[in-house]
Each structure stands twice: as structure tokens, then as C-alpha cells.
Design a protein around this ligand. Sequence first.
Ligand SMILES: NC(=O)c1ccc[n+]([C@@H]2O[C@H](COP(=O)([O-])OP(=O)(O)OC[C@H]3O[C@@H](n4cnc5c(N)ncnc54)[C@H](OP(=O)(O)O)[C@@H]3O)[C@@H](O)[C@H]2O)c1
Length: 432
Amino acid sequence: MSVAKPLRIGIAGLGTVGGGVLKLLASHGELLTQRTGRTLQVTAVSARDASRDRGVDLSSVRWYQDAAALAVDPEIDVFVELIGGSDGIAKRAVEAAIAAGKHVVTANKALLAHHGAALAGAAESAGLTLAFEAAVAGGIPAIKGLREGLAGNNIREVHGILNGTCNYILTEMRTTGRDFADVLADAQRLGYAEADPSFDIDGVDAAHKLAVLTAVAFGTQVDFKSVHVEGIRHISALDINYAQELGYRIRLLGIARRTEAGIEQRVHPCMVPTNSPIGATDGVFNAVVADGDFVDKVVLVGRGAGAGPTASAVVADLVDIARGRVTPTFGVPAEKLAPLVPSPISRRQGRYYVRLMVVDRPGVIADIAATLRDQHVSMEAFLQRGRSPGEAVPVVWTTHETDEAAMQSALAAIGALDAVLEPPRMIRIEDF
Ligand SMILES: NC(=O)c1ccc[n+]([C@@H]2O[C@H](COP(=O)([O-])OP(=O)(O)OC[C@H]3O[C@@H](n4cnc5c(N)ncnc54)[C@H](OP(=O)(O)O)[C@@H]3O)[C@@H](O)[C@H]2O)c1
């Protein structure tokens, strides 16, 4: 009986994800051989610190100080990039691997968001696979789900919770009543947030993932620049309480939607119904909802980060390569990906939540109502608790469906009123 050749794997980056992949391959070797008919064998690795214990015996594995040199090792078939960063060594090493005829697996959403189209083109024209299941929503098979499972559909929309750190912070704020800065500090102490949390809390990480999901969902070139991005720094405990009272949860969502104007891509805090799948996804969990014209809505929920879930996704890509399963990187051959025509957020149609801090005095509400009327924005619900003449009080309302441009004009005019003490806080409502 002929025995299939082992799949020889080189891994650059042995941190959270790389360490998880080493452990998974070590513990599930037999199962993976059963499934693929081949041995998945780590033959070379690279990281910064050669002396660090990675929890797995690497004594018989070649060590490279330079990841780009590992990428062209003649004794590897697949280069696994688990270093991170949109440029620098990760990009150089991936390009070198493709030029040397190696398949590539990466968890690097920043790299794909900025260079996905070019890298896919290079890999496909060389007959190679560029796989990235771990780059979006960690352990959730969102890429395979969309690209393979829903390949028969025109996708109308894909949206989801794409950043577990933000979802953890928003969940903690709700369940403990604490404010943003306090919960963020705790998340950093517990290792759920980076020392520099800006990529997470300013929405950039979710935007990287959304740009990649959009390409897969709509067969368009990855276009990170056209993603509208807002983070969660301005969400207050007060807004979380009002959301709860109105029957909503606040989530940082990535939304990609086909509109008449093109493809809308946006990342920002949203209010979603408490009893929706997204509303029910708490803590570090991620959720991805795809809406296809024949299948309707499909919801995937699971862990979006961490050693185990991301290793699970990286190894799924390795299994595809071991089996010789070939799929265009973004579901459509790279040279056929259409340029993305952006539909700007100013064209969004939807409902809004607004909170103001105003001086409690006669006539203020009438001024606000007049401004909304002038912009043709119609109020749906209005909340003002208690009276405190002459003092600052919160005033909250939700709107009927209106367009973003009108809403922004109304907010600018309302923010300029004397009695309004802070910039208005607006959160878009998504009823899905
Ligand atoms: N963490 C997650 O849950 C998660 C989830 C999804 C996707 N990702 C993505 O996966 C990638 C890796 O993330 P991570 O969390 O595993 O990062 P990490 O824990 O910081 O690990 C990074 C690894 O890269 C190595 N490294 C850094 N610079 C290098 C260089 N110049 N040459 C060779 N190796 C180098 C580090 O070496 P030393 O160990 O020697 O310092 C470390 O092993 C990123 O693209 C990230 O966005 C992560």
C-alpha cells in the first residue's frame, strides 16, 4: 500500500495562536491522519525567542530566527504565518512563501485587510492556497460557512460581533453598572484587552475582519479604506441602562450590506433587540449572521479568540491543504473580484437612539423638537426622568426610520443649542 507523503508545515509565530496550533497538532495527530490520509508534520518554526518553552517538544524541529527564511525552506509545503501586523515581517514572509511555491495559512486579518487582493492574486496565479479561517471570528467557521456552505446564495448582508474584547467590556458594563474606563482597566489586568487597546476599542480590528468578510460575501476586492469605523469609547453606563429599558443591548457590530448604491461597510456601536441572536451573545463570544437569498438567515456563534479556537481554525485550513481541496481565496477567482463600489454611511436608512445632557428649563424640549422637525426626523419614544430645575438632566429619544444625513444635520443643530451641555450621543438601532 502506498503511503501519502506527509504535509510538511513551517510555523512562524509561536505565541497564543502558534502555541495552540503546536499543541493541537501534537495531540490530534492520529485523528488528522485518519481524516486526511497524511501526517501533518511540523518541520520548522520561527519566533523571536528561541529559548522560550512553547509547551511542546521542538528539539527535532528546525529553528529559524528569520521568518522570511523559514518561508522559503525547501523542506516545507505550507507556511503558517502567526506573527501579525499588516506589513513588516509578516507581509515579507508571506510574499516570500508564495514566490517559493508554498501554500500559506494565516490568522492575520490586518495583513489581509490591507493586502488581501494582491496576495490572493499572487497565490492563485501560482496555483497555491492562501487560507485564513482564523483571521475572522477565531474558532467560528465563518469563512468556510460563507464561501462554501452558502455558495449557492446571493448574500444580501453579513453582520456580526467581530471583536470579543469589546463585547466583553460592553457585557461587563451592563452586568456590573460600571463605566467604560473602569471595565477596560479590569479587562487589561485579566488579559482580555491589550496594553494598547486602541485597535480593539476603536473598532479597527473589527473593521479588518469586516473588510475580509465583505470580500467573501460579495465577491469584491478587499476594501478596508471604505469601512466606516467608530469604536466604543463613548458608550456610557447611562446609555447601557437606557438601552436595557428600551429592550435593547449595545453591541459593537460590523455590518456589510448590499444597497442600491453599492456595498455598505460599517463598524460602530449598535442597539439590537435583547432577544435577537446578536443581543443574546454576551461576553467574549463572537457571532456572525449571514443573510442569503435562498437560505435566509444563518447564525454562527462561538469563541472569537484564544489559543484553542484559533488553532482549531488554522488546522481546518491545514486539513483542506492536506486533502488537496482547492477553493478561490475569497470564493471568486482573484482576477474576477469586482472593485467594491462603496455605499456611504450618509445613505443609511434606519432608526436612532439619541441622548443629550441639557439644562432643565422651560422651552428646551420644544427647541429640540423644532430642530428635528426641520430635518424631517420623527421621534418615536421620548424619555425624561425627574425634574431638577436649572440642573443638567439626561434627555433620551428614539426616532422612526430616517436617513443618516438628516440625522447628522439634526444632531449638529441640536448640539449647538445653548441648553445642550455635551455633544449629543447617538447610537444606531439595528432591528435586523
Ligand atoms: N490571539 C488571538 O486570539 C487571535 C485570534 C485570531 C487571530 N489572531 C491573529 O493571529 C496572529 C498572532 O496573534 P497572537 O495572539 O498569537 O500573537 P502573540 O501571542 O503576540 O504571538 C506572536 C508571535 O510572533 C512571534 N514574532 C514576533 N515578531 C517576530 C519576528 N520578527 N519573527 C518571527 N516571529 C516573530 C513572537 O515571538 P516570541 O514568542 O518569541 O515573542 C510570538 O511567538 C495575529 O495576526 C493576530 O491578529 C490572534
